[in-house]
Design a protein around this ligand. Structure first.
Ligand code: NA7
Length: 541
């Protein structure tokens, strides 16, 4: 940990929350209301977390607005007016700012505060956390509300330092930048790339897309909410929230209970077609076995391939855009607007570096192994994240006997018990990240589930006089195995998807399936059972 300047004061809290996104704001509101002394530190100058930083053109959530919002205050949900079916980044940020103001949260948040380390003091049962500017915070509980996709992947492009043009990364895009008229390159065709590419194609002069692995891209079909639609949803909100909480995905999906080969080819095609026209993640609910049966998955993959052929004019480009080496869903399915259509524009060019390998970046752009040179003014990197573990391992977190979390996770993989705690790091509680449904569910529902569990835990500890909670190693090993076993029942681990779900997007990262794939209902049962059995799998003392 860095030295503490002599002038820096130490501030004591009961609970220190790291991060002021959806998780941190609800933790602050709820725990404060329950009489805990809680404080939040946030590296950005504003609330919002992921939705503060990711302000690139086209950034939008693929969960519907009315569901990607807090359910814990009826007045809040009645007074807030969403305007579109799927919320743009700016709308979500405006909502979170409103929440911060409405519930007077800002007074308990230190903005522009990046924690560099946190150390567990065993004798006192306290965490001491240090910020980059030397401020020190002491707290009994350290709640890590740091998000799953908040640390970008390091740049691993050959010769990238040679490039003398401008470099922009989607995760901290300068507000209002549209690169109008420029020659722009984009690396990355995941969820971010598939949103930023069509948006930039509208404003830049020329757009060159560098694609390594194609994704299955489902049309969003975003639209304004119709007259009266929001009022109907508001009237139904109590029931709607219950439906969301009783669906594995944390958001109600009208899933087809039939398997793909229970029906004939015509019904299969018309079902896919109907869901494709409806748009969004509901497409995955076309048949019950898409993520379990390879043949069913092949059928849906083939349907998407047909769509690509129908939409994309140039057959070679269409061929490059078709994912063939992994099941649909093994990489996070991408939902975007006009993605395939964008490749019909004269100013957009796809460079498939699996077919035509990239040699190196140059001063002016990049060169392929076949000698073709590309000259660009700006390179946009949409190359993904050091998902789940990045925000933990970039801090110097020290648990019992000085053990380092970064060393432990970099060596053994990110292991947790129930996605809430990790052995050797007492009173450090993880919110909606590794080991829990998190990104495989509606994040907001998953966050609320965690915040409620944590609030119950802290109440119990206060009432019963406990001061520390720590995950037990055997329980943790068993949970890691459960998470792997559940993933292995699906097609998620199949193919060469290189998915960040298991850390495969980063060279050398220990591969372990990180989100819990059985959904929030099963998961809720597991964490509630632990709580009911005196926090089974954890040691309270
Ligand atoms: P993703 O889904 O990890 O996508 C990153 C993209 O960047 C993907 O297409 C990668 O290709 C590509 N990439 C990364 N490194 C390279 C190199 N070195 N060369 C070529 N291409 C590269 O991140 P996103 O930000 O799009 O999405 C993250 C989540 O945010 C998303 O799932 C939603 O939950 C929201 P690859 O597939 O590795 O070949």
């Amino acid at each position: 940990m860095p030295d503490t300047p002599a002038t820096t004061s130490v501030t004591d809290y009961e609970v220190l929350v790291v991060g002021a996104g959806f998780s941190g704001l609800y933790l602050l509101h709820r725990l404060r209301a329950e009489g805990h002394r809680v404080h939040v530190v946030e590296q950005a100058p504003e609330v919002g977390g992921t939705w503060y930083w990711n302000r690139y053109p086209g950034a939008r959530c693929d969960v519907e607005s009315v569901d990607y919002s807090y359910s814990w205050d009826n007045d809040l949900q009645q007074e807030w007016d969403w305007t579109e079916k799927y919320p743009a980044q700016g709308d979500i940020l405006a909502y979170l700012k409103h929440v911060a103001d409405r519930f007077d949260l800002r007074k308990d948040i230190d903005f522009d505060t990046t924690l560099t380390g946190a150390e567990w003091d065993e004798s006192q049962g306290l965490w001491t956390a240090t910020a980059a500017d030397g401020r020190v915070y002491r707290a009994r509980y350290l709640l890590m509300a740091v998000g799953c996709l908040s640390v970008p992947k390091d740049i691993d492009l050959p010769g990238f330092d040679n490039f003398e043009g401008r470099v922009l990364r989607t995760y901290d895009w300068p507000e209002g930048e549209h690169l109008t008229g420029q020659r722009v390159g984009v690396v990355g065709t995941g969820s971010t790339g598939a949103q930023v590419i069509p948006a930039l194609a509208e404003t830049v002069g020329d757009l060159t897309v560098v694609q390594r692995t194609p994704n299955f891209v489902i049309p969003t079909r975003n639209r304004p909410l119709h007259d009266g639609e929001l009022e109907g949803i508001k009237a139904d909100y109590p029931d709607r929230r219950v439906r969301n909480r009783t669906h594995a995905a944390g958001v109600f999906r009208n899933d087809n209970p039939k398997n793909a080969f229970e029906v004939d080819a015509e019904e299969r095609r018309s079902t896919f077609q109907e869901r494709w026209e409806g748009g969004g993640i509901n497409f995955l609910g076309s048949f019950a076995d898409l993520m379990f049966d390879q043949a069913a998955n092949d059928a849906v993959a083939e349907f998407v391939h047909t769509k690509i052929d129908e939409i994309v004019d140039d057959p070679e480009t269409a061929g490059s855009l078709k994912p063939k080496s992994y099941p649909l869903g093994a990489k996070r399915p991408v939902v975007a607007t006009d993605y395939y259509e964008t490749y019909n524009r004269d100013n957009v060019h796809l460079v498939d570096v699996k077919k035509r390998p990239l040699d190196t970046f140059t001063e002016k752009g990049f060169r392929l192994a076949d000698g073709t040179e590309y000259e660009l003014d700006t390179m946009v990197l949409a190359t993904g994240f050091d998902a789940f573990t990045g925000p933990f391992t970039k801090m110097d977190i020290r648990g019992t006997e000085g053990r380092s979390l970064a060393e432990t996770w970099n060596r053994d993989g990110a292991k947790t018990h129930l996605g809430l705690g990790t052995a050797g790091f007492p009173n450090m509680i993880i919110v909606a990240s590794v080991g829990s449904p998190s990104v495989l569910a509606n994040m907001v529902t998953a966050i609320e589930q965690h915040v409620e569990w944590i609030s119950r835990l802290l109440d119990t500890m206060r009432e019963e006089g406990y001061t520390t909670i720590e995950a037990q190693e055997p329980a943790q090993e068993a949970w890691v195995q459960t998470v792997e076993d559940v993933a292995a029942m699906t097609l998620w681990p199949n193919g060469d998807s290189g998915s960040w779900y298991r850390g495969a997007n980063i060279d050398g990262k220990v591969q372990i399936f990180m989100p819990y794939a059985a959904g929030i209902v099963e998961y809720g049962n597991a964490i509630d059972k632990s709580a009911a059995n005196n926090y089974e799998g954890f040691t309270l003392s």
